[in-house]
Structures are given as structure tokens and as C-alpha cells.
Design a protein around this ligand. Structure first.
Ligand SMILES: Nc1nc2c(ncn2[C@@H]2O[C@H](COP(=O)(O)OP(=O)(O)OP(=O)(O)O)[C@@H](O)[C@H]2O)c(=O)[nH]1
Ligand SMILES: [Mg+2]
Length: 199
């Protein structure tokens, strides 16, 4: 079919307070969706699901739909019901809180090992709160995630993954992260150009 690929669904996971909703609210601002994102002081801990769309456009080859779920301990059991229909995962980690890193990695590993979580599903890890942590936060998150992915996926992994820093209050770092995901999700699909000549 001619045109953009069909929308891709991104399940947004991470423990409570990591910064998931803040990231998703900035997606609404940055990608000009019809509703503006909530300001940081308006955001409360998520219980249901918060949805944001980043329409296809310049630098975004496909529309992305983000499913932001609650990360409180008692809500994490809901995560797995979204794995089967998700095309990608954005895993948000508080890069400024070394104390929560272990719990965060336990939950990342649990998700990756879930039978419904696609073995080749791309994973974008966002090290949030880059304004509070500096580059050490990103390095800490990257090193921990490398261990988890190596343990779960092994060396023959087909999964693409990336760990990037973001300030979820201002949106700094968000565009390269979202665009990486969009390109990963379309790189194996026929391009617009090739669809023009496929008759
Ligand atoms: N300074 C700073 N604060 C942030 C950043 N991202 C999130 N926060 C703050 O961290 C707190 C928790 O952010 P949320 O976005 O609600 O976290 P969450 O992961 O959605 O949490 P749950 O919904 O409880 O799972 C809020 O007070 C945010 O303002 C960031 O990049 N920088
Ligand atoms: Mg939330």
C-alpha cells in the first residue's frame, strides 16, 4: 500500500516515579498532538493508562502510539497484558536515583523474560532526569542494562536496543530517542520509495 506504514504501538514501562508519564506528556508537546502535555506539577502517579500519539511526519517515518502504564508495585502485573500487541518497548529508568536502580533492573529483566514479550522487540531505555544526574547517570543505567540484556538475550540476540538520556521535564533528548524507535520499527518494512515501484 502506498503511504506511511500503519501506526506502531510502544508500551512504556518502568517502576513508579521513574518519569514515564513525564516523558509521554513531553511527546504530546514535541510532536504537536492536538492536546498539550501536562506540566510537571500537574502529573500524578499513573493508575490506568495514559496514551500519547506522535504522528508520522518529518524525521518520523511512522506514527507512534505510546501506552504509559502505572509503575507502582501492585500495578506491574498489568504490564504483560500489553506485551503481545506492542511493537516496541520504552523502558524508563530514574538516572538520578542509584537507590532505585536494582529494583528497576529486576523489573526490566522480568519483562524481557516474559513469554509474551517479543524476543526481537526493540527496546529503548530512557535514562530520565538527566538534569539531576549528569552524564554519570546515563553511564550507570547503560552499564546495568547491558548486564541485563546480555543475561536475557545472549550474544546471538536479534533485538535492537539503545540507552539514551532524557530530561522529561523539558523534553531535552526526546527527539533522537523517539526517532530512533520509529526508524527501528520501519527499517525492515518496504520504504515509500520502493512501494512506488512495486507494481
Ligand atoms: N528534574 C526532573 N524531574 C523529573 C524528570 N522526569 C520526571 N521527573 C519527576 O519525577 C516525578 C515522577 O514522574 P512521573 O512521570 O510521574 O513518573 P512515572 O514513571 O510516570 O510514575 P508512575 O506513574 O507512578 O509509575 C515527578 O515529580 C516528575 O516531575 C526529569 O527528567 N527531570
Ligand atoms: Mg505515570
Amino acid at each position: 500500500m502506498l503511504g506511511y506504514a500503519s501506526p506502531k504501538k510502544v508500551v512504556v514501562l518502568g517502576i513508579q516515579g521513574a518519569g514515564k508519564t513525564s516523558v509521554v506528556e513531553r511527546v504530546k508537546d514535541v510532536y504537536g498532538a492536538s492536546t498539550r502535555g501536562l506540566r510537571p506539577e500537574q502529573i500524578i502517579s499513573t493508575v490506568g493508562m495514559n496514551i500519547a500519539k506522535a504522528p508520522a511526519g518529518v524525521n518520523l517515518p511512522v506514527e507512534l502510539i505510546f501506552w504509559d502504564l502505572g509503575g507502582a508495585f501492585g500495578l506491574r502485573g498489568i504490564w504483560e497484558s500489553y506485551f503481545k500487541d506492542a511493537d516496541a518497548c520504552a523502558y524508563v529508568v530514574d538516572g538520578a536515583d542509584e537507590g532505585s536502580l536494582e529494583e528497576s533492573m529486576v523489573e526490566l529483566e522480568r519483562a524481557l523474560r516474559n513469554a509474551e514479550f517479543g524476543k526481537a522487540m526493540p527496546v529503548l531505555v530512557l535514562s530520565a532526569k538527566s538534569d539531576l544526574s549528569g552524564p554519570e547517570g546515563l553511564e550507570m543505567v547503560r552499564a546495568s542494562c547491558d548486564d541485563v540484556f546480555a543475561r536475557v538475550d545472549g550474544t546471538a540476540s536479534k533485538r535492537s536496543r539503545r540507552v539514551l538520556a532524557v530530561n522529561a521535564n523539558t523534553g531535552l533528548g526526546l527527539r533522537p530517542a523517539v526517532e530512533w524507535l520509529a526508524h527501528e520499527l520501519t527499517s525492515s518494512e518496504p520504504s515509500l520509495l520502493s512501494s512506488l515501484f512495486s507494481f
